[in-house]
Design a protein around this ligand. Structure first.
Ligand code: B12
Length: 234
């Protein structure tokens, strides 16, 4: 994370703590539109850690539920407002010729992370169709068929949704032969018991070099930690 990104993180966190949505949104959107911070950098190093902190404070009892809702609503506004920057990167990379449908399974409300992931697919040249939270299984299968997607990516944050998700994934596999069905999100962060490596998507490996190019195209931030872009998975 470079200095500018670290500074932005402090500004956004302070604005959200003060319930000052306009300041948080202005700071984040201007940083991206002026090329000071890339969209992946904004998501990974600013918005995700700020939301993490909000969640930890809620869990510790120092933040109320409405306060968490307020913060995540402001973050959603930021994500939607930087979409033109996502499209700019997409226009500069070679089309991947692939499409992905992104959705949360039934009863799963956490769709912000998946929304950010949809942008990462776009920036890697994919066509991304984002359905959002709490999607009925039959609608998912219907959408996948109607849109002719190559893959379905499902996100789960809450551990208690993993059993339902197992049934959902097995059902989609039966109904959608030839379509990859992937899962991911915080529910899989600590352990993957019962899930194969092909199911729990490693998005860095999948998007590989293309994603890193998208990051550089925005502001030259990629590689500022001295690392090479991740290898493409082929
Ligand atoms: C914002 C938030 C909410 C918002 C959601 C807003 C929205 N529309 O998304 C609201 C207020 C609705 C909410 C509700 C609840 N929440 Co909540 N929430 C959070 C919070 C603070 C941030 C989540 C977030 O957006 N993170 C930022 C994003 C960018 O990160 P991410 O989701 O991890 O996604 C990234 C990666 O995981 C990955 N990824 C995500 N999906 C996928 C999918 C694939 C295929 C791949 C490859 C990658 C991938 O890509 C993303 C970008 O890098 C977390 C705290 C935390 N530590 O995460 C709690 C948290 C997730 N919530 C929690 C809980 C308990 C709840 C509630 C049950 C609370 C309640 N009692 O009402 C409800 C559940 C509602 C439901 N039925 O689902 C717990 C979950 C505990 C658990 N593991 O089971 C957490 C961890 C808080 C905590 N510390 O306990 N929440």
């Amino acid at each position: 994370m470079n200095e500018e990104t670290a500074r932005l993180r402090g500004v956004v966190a302070a604005a959200l703590a003060a319930h000052d949505k306009p300041s948080a949104v202005r700071a984040a959107v201007e940083a991206v539109s002026q090329g000071r911070v890339s969209v992946p950098g904004l998501y990974r190093d600013v918005l995700a850690p700020v939301l993490d902190e909000v969640g930890a404070e809620w869990q510790a009892g120092s933040r109320r539920v409405w306060d968490e809702h307020l913060a995540s609503a402001a973050v959603r506004t930021i994500v939607e407002l930087v979409y033109p920057a996502v499209l700019k990167v997409k226009a500069a990379v070679a089309p991947a010729g692939k499409s992905v449908l992104l959705a949360c399974p039934p009863q799963e409300a956490h769709d912000l992370g998946l929304r950010m992931l949809a942008d990462r697919f776009e920036m890697a040249g994919w066509t991304a169709y984002f359905l959002g939270a709490d999607t009925p299984p039959e609608e998912l299968a219907d959408a996948a068929r109607a849109l002719g997607v190559d893959a379905v990516a499902l996100s789960s944050s809450t551990h208690f949704h993993r059993v339902g998700l197992r049934h959902l994934v097995d059902g989609l596999r039966r109904e959608l032969p030839g379509v990859s069905v992937w899962v991911g999100g915080p529910a899989f962060a600590r352990e993957r018991g019962g899930w194969s490596d092909e199911e729990v998507l490693d998005v860095e490996r999948l998007l590989g070099e293309t994603a890193a190019v998208g990051e550089r195209a925005t502001d030259g931030e990629a590689g500022d930690d001295g690392t090479a872009p991740p290898e493409a998975s082929g």
